[in-house]
Design a protein around this ligand. Structure first.
Ligand SMILES: [Zn+2]
Length: 352
């Protein structure tokens, strides 16, 4: 009897040593049902998206994602041969005054915003080198704004559809350029890729940094994920004199190494944490408007056309604080689903 008690004691000690509770050790190990977890994450994103954020849902939950980091350093063909740039009718959009102090000077697919202040203009994103001249410079002139007054250029991230006009604006008007540190490094690392688009290193954004001009400030939030230096913003605009809070999302698709559990799981976590970060700031400021840098995500192109028929109705961009939060829930749900797929693969490959 004594020896039996002793052997049970030894077995318990071994189980305890393994970190296994003796009671549960008799049951089969809990098996995670990844398919159920993945479906739940996708459903949460779908519910959050409603009919408002279908573009973001499709891009992050449904379309195939590029597998990794772009390390090519080629001069884009539209730089070496401008005639090869996409046809004007594929990108041209009319500029629009969207709020009392915020003007859309982007294209059909990509956005550029001019925030006017008493001391000059803060420009958010600069589209491609082949259309920044007509859309930004031409668009501002059409709206009665003088591009010489551009004092700051904020680049959401260093992809060629957003940084395209930054060098031109820095050289021509002496505008200060603000970008995330890791994205300044990208520009310096790939000189060919950024030919004609590379501003000289200027202001390196930090989390919570305020870019203040006259009576207006934009607060920058670091939201690494889409690129390591992606920036998002919170700021206020005026709608017929009324203060309206805006949250701006600076990067959406999963353009990072995401096709292997290591470092994909970690990269998705960085992306998810960033969406939580900007969502919390949007919540804190009471943001009721969600802006992005692609019309695919914030419907800017269609909303600009709706503005013309607004009359005394609500502002087409003003969705309410709940919808702004739902936007970031779409991104988080889709990123979580993709992260779970990698976790599932990790568990499967670890199985004997
Ligand atoms: Zn991008």
């Amino acid at each position: 009897m004594k020896s039996r008690i002793a052997s049970i004691g030894v077995a318990l000690a071994i189980l305890a040593d393994l970190g296994v509770n003796a009671v549960f050790a008799q049951q089969p190990p809990v098996k995670r049902n990844f398919e159920v977890e993945i479906q739940a994450a996708i459903e949460s994103a779908k519910t959050a998206a409603g009919f408002e954020f279908l573009g973001t849902l499709v891009r992050t939950c449904l379309l195939p994602q590029s597998g990794g980091e772009d390390t090519r350093d080629n001069v884009p063909s539209y730089v070496t041969n401008p005639a090869s740039a996409p046809a004007r009718d594929t990108w041209y959009a009319e500029p629009a005054k969207v709020f009392d102090n915020l003007y859309f000077v982007g294209g059909k697919l990509h956005s550029s915003w001019a925030l006017t202040t008493k001391e000059g203009i803060i420009l958010i994103d600069t589209i491609y080198p082949y259309n920044s001249e007509e859309l930004i410079i031409g668009g501002m002139r059409k709206l009665g704004l003088d591009p010489k007054n551009i004092k700051y250029v904020l680049i959401s991230h260093a992809h060629t559809d957003h940084i395209g006009g930054a060098e031109m604006l820095q050289v021509r008007y002496g505008a200060r350029v603000v970008m995330g540190g890791p994205d300044w490094e990208l520009v310096e690392k790939y000189p060919n890729r950024y030919t004609t688009m590379a501003p000289k290193r200027d202001i390196v954004a930090t989390d919570g940094m305020k870019i203040t001009l006259g009576d207006t400030a934009i607060t920058i939030w670091l939201t690494p994920g889409h690129t390591p230096g992606t920036l998002s913003y919170t700021f206020t605009v005026l709608d017929r004199g009324r203060v309206v809070n805006v949250a701006y999302s600076g990067g959406t698709a999963f353009n990072f190494v995401n096709n292997t559990p290591d470092p994909g799981i970690k990269n998705f976590q960085t992306y998810i944490d960033s969406q939580k970060h900007i969502a919390a700031k949007a919540n804190f400021t009471g943001a009721t408007v969600l802006l992005s840098n692609h019309s695919e995500f914030d419907n800017a192109f269609n909303k600009n056309r709706m503005l013309a028929g607004r009359g005394n109705g609500p502002h087409p961009y003003e969705l309410g604080a709940d919808w702004v939060q739902r936007y970031f829930q779409v991104m988080q749900g889709c990123a979580r689903a993709a992260q779970l797929r990698l976790e599932q693969r990790l568990v499967q490959t670890a199985m004997p």
